[in-house]
Ligand binder design. Sequence first.
Ligand SMILES: NC(=O)c1ccc[n+]([C@@H]2O[C@H](COP(=O)([O-])OP(=O)(O)OC[C@H]3O[C@@H](n4cnc5c(N)ncnc54)[C@H](OP(=O)(O)O)[C@@H]3O)[C@@H](O)[C@H]2O)c1
Length: 273
Amino acid sequence: MDFIKRIIYPTHRTPVSNLQENFKDKWVVITGASKGIGFELSETLIAAKANLFLLARSEPELKQLCEKALQNGCKAEYRVIDLRDREALVRLCNDLHNQLPYIDYLFVNAGKSIHRKLINTLDRIHDFDRTMDLNFRALVAMSLALQSNIKSAKGKIVYTSSISTLYPSAPGWAAYHASKEAANVWCRTADVEYSSFGVKVKVAYMPLVHTEMSNVNETYRKMPAFSAKEAADILIYLSLNNRHSYMPWWARISTPIATLLSPIIRFIFRKFF
Ligand SMILES: NC(=O)c1ccc[n+]([C@@H]2O[C@H](COP(=O)([O-])OP(=O)(O)OC[C@H]3O[C@@H](n4cnc5c(N)ncnc54)[C@H](OP(=O)(O)O)[C@@H]3O)[C@@H](O)[C@H]2O)c1
């Protein structure tokens, strides 16, 4: 099992010396820093002596990370925020814009996943509002409001997306996948437009990661997957290399095949799911 995991989920750890070289004294903003991938990302960047601005709704975890960062000689701040709250988001963006003269890295990682068939969604338009607001709108609002700060640093925006958006649409995932796919398209467009001023916008098409989000599904809990730390290492690896996106090696092979076979896959979805 361990062997299979290593083949399907190859890790990309950046050496500590490289981490410090690239992140020491840089300003890094991370959304969804309180748990899972974002928490591990924050921990790794504290060790690299980055300056951090951390965002999420859970205060104790953000406070704990900031205390650790300060003890390690980093500058660190946090803001408790529900990123779906549009007014709070405007206030946050104004504060970040005024407080941080430049932003070297913006990791847009906070996310919400919903699996519910459309037939069970008749009175739940809010499922679509919530996923769009968090998974898509917050990315756009922050990137636009902080454009000049990121531009000053020739910085990078790294979005945590999902590999499942690259395959034929699976039943039950309309709200999650629509919001993630909207963000993918926005990132790809922004990467082209922002290239003239040296800003890169990257997408991590993340496969399964064992976190609170995926562990609600018992099947996923039993499947091989990245740990949150390994997924955080991938975000760092992507932020430092020249690629526009990350996906595991097998996705490069299987996504074109899945597109070719999509009529058959859709038939199976219709019949059995
Ligand atoms: N786990 C996977 O298998 C997997 C696969 C592909 C992509 N992803 C993506 O990876 C990213 C991180 O997910 P994860 O697996 O690390 O999940 P997680 O452990 O549930 O963490 C999600 C993070 O987002 C924050 N968040 C959720 N709702 C928020 C809101 N309304 N406002 C502000 N912050 C909010 C959470 O903090 P609070 O609850 O404290 O607000 C938490 O820090 C997500 O974008 C997810 O879609 C995950």
